[in-house]
Design a protein. Sequence first.
Lengths: 284, 576
Amino acid sequence: MQSDTSERVRPGGAAAAAAASAPAAAYHERPGPEGSLVETRAFSLWYGATQALFDITFDIHKGLVTALIGPSGCGKSTLLRCFNRMNDLIDGVRFAGEMRLAGRGIYAAGTDVIALRKRMGMVFQKPNPFPMSLFENVVYPLRVDGVRDRRILEDAVERALRGAALWEEAKDRLQENALGLSGGQQQRLCIARAIASDPEVLLMDEPCSALDPIATARIEELIDELRGRYTIVIVTHNMQQASRVSDNTAFMYLGRLIEYGETRTIFTTPKLKQTSDYVTGRFG
Amino acid sequence: MSATETTGGGRTGGHWRRHRATDITARGEPFLWMLGGGLAFGVAMIVGFLVLVLWNGLAAFYPGPIALVQLTSGDTFAGEPVRSEPFEPPESEVATLSDALRAEIADNAGMAVRTLYRIGNFDLYGEDFRWVPDHAVASITYPPDYYHVERLEWGPFIGRILRVNFDGLEVAGDAVSATALHEQHGAARERWRRLRSIVKGGIGEINREIEGARLDLRRAALRHGVGAPEYAEVKRELDATLAGLEREYATLAAEAARLKALDERFTITFVDGAGSETSERLSSVVRMFPANDLGLGGKLGVYLSRWGEFVGDEPREANTEGGVLPAIFGTAAMTLLLVVFVAPFGVITALYLREYARQGRLVSIVRVSVNNLAGVPSIVYGVFGLGFFAYIVGANIDTFLFAERLPSPTFGTGGLLWASLTLALLTVPVVIVATEEALAAVPRSMREGSLACGASKWQTIRRVVLPRAMPGVLTGLILAMARGAGEVAPLMLVGVVKLAPELPIDGVFPFLHLERSFMHLGFHIYDVGFQSRNSEAGKPMVFVTTLLLIALIALMNAGAIIVRNRLKRRYAVGHF
Ligand SMILES: Nc1ncnc2c1ncn2[C@@H]1O[C@H](COP(=O)(O)OP(=O)(O)OP(=O)(O)O)[C@@H](O)[C@H]1O
Ligand SMILES: [Mg+2]
């Protein structure tokens, strides 16, 4: 691993930091070989009258695994759901600031939300397979995209299920109802569904919170395999997991981004005391 | 529940507080008993009702014995005892009785017992039933040669066979062999059926073609004018067709006349208990059996043959006898059409209200209105259906599509289509409410999963939300179906009739005749039980028809429930 941990402050971040009363965030992340893919600039979000995100500015680098950590309720899921505009579904959500996917504004007027979501696969905190067969679950993104060719669908199913480490268990029961799977299998099925249509970005919200150690290990293996091909953002409460799988880690607290940097540094020598308190478990 | 369950805090004043034993109000058992009692009461009432209907309905067709009753006055009559009850004989009657009987009645506080006999023979006496005080009866015998005879007209006859006349060959009643009688009766019934099929089928078909040709001519006249060459062309064709049809008609009519003449030569003469005779064509006897001379097998045979006629034949005798096939058919067809109309209408409305409309005051008002619609008396829907569907929509359809048939209405009057649509309106609130609830119960995570895959809102609804909500939608449809199939009041205005000449579905193009009026089991119950000349005679029919209606609804619901449970199993939440 090359290291570029010199302290930098991004122009946008500096502006935002200057505008807000909050202390400036610390940035020392490792840039990806192909630059940034998702750029967030001074992004704030309100659920009705309560503000959930404050002035977030950071870049997610292409081909890398980025972990979002922070105490419960600090806004990790909210931020993750902003990337593919899932928060549009909630009444009374307002936001300010900017988000870009490969340079194009995610919230810009005239954005095709459906096309945007097709570029991003999402794995939810709780497995949410559809009440259909395993096969139909996995090919769902292709079906809604209008793919009819049986061979393409079958190839996609095998590829996605192998990718999600479910192929061996599932290959003989593709026509069975997905709700008959165990929780861990369902979660891997949802991962297979998320990668079936080859999205550029994979958003994972605590994908392992309901899984046993073996399934967790499998999913971590999977993330490792996908590294480089996909850009992955993973929310996790598990510090070991974050340190094992991610390249960069963002620490959030009370809706703010506190520190964003290379994972090894965050977990060994973080720049800010708040971060070190949290990762070492001394946090109030 | 343990007796040491805590009801308050732990430590008070430095001492462990004693825990009270859970008392009975805390356990809530009295309430449980009350609720259970209420439930048991409700269930008992429903079960009682079902048992009543089932027992009376199933027993209605079982042949009873025929009693030959000798009265003290010297009169004799034959009849089937129906039931006995205590009554208070009038003073004038009591005064004529013997001292012993008078004393007995006085002992019973002026009450005596009377028995209702079904004497039949309406053609002779003008009544089917007769009450006889038990003290007026001298003797009762059960003679084996007395027959219960079901006829095409005048209801049953109860009496002996005096003689038969098989095409000039006269045989006395006690000399005719049972097999010969059976054979001849079968042949006569076959003849009668042939005759009916010629009159209803062949000649009816010709009449329909003549009517069709006449309508073609009328249409040509309306379109081109009477003087136009097209009209003359059509008229020439019509004349040719008519001539052909005329010839066919003559052949059929001759055949019918021949059969009829043959039929006249087979007669049977009965004599009743009092000695009055009546002659019938053998073919007009539907069924006859010596009730007192039948073993269990024979009685079961009669029972089953009556059931067969009931579910498979047309009604006769102003609906009090015969079958209810057209009514079964009408009820089923109407209910299925109702579902066909109400399902898309209700589901689309609910989808819009729940998924697309902005949830605000307007939607709330619409929702409350829909719920209130369920409380509008059904007869109001009937009036609306007649006024709007038949007289406005139907009349317009007639002017544009069936102008040649005017002034006799085609769609401009009650019919299957309008009846189903009226009931669809009546039941749509149920479907909307059930569907909305089912949609609301689809977990948000499933919608989000679908949207995150890049599905549009419509794709999400169609592929994930609707299938998942389907069991709930089906529950709504089942409720709507049950309500619709049992509804009678509005139907009397929009298409149900006492006796429909034709079934709404037959082999004539376009097979499903939505404009036709039809018969309905619910209306049949009302008609037979409360509108016929003799409600006592219709009583068994009421029970049997009720039984059938309940069975039909149960059957249709069972079908829907099976489908729903299949779906439910499919969407049952798996283990986590
Ligand atoms: N739909 C909503 N409406 C209103 N407030 C919300 C909504 N969703 C989240 N919030 C609030 O936003 C804040 C951030 O929530 P979020 O779900 O992003 O937390 P999180 O970091 O994912 O927590 P956890 O680790 O427990 O999942 C919380 O205070 C929460 O109460
Ligand atoms: Mg969360």
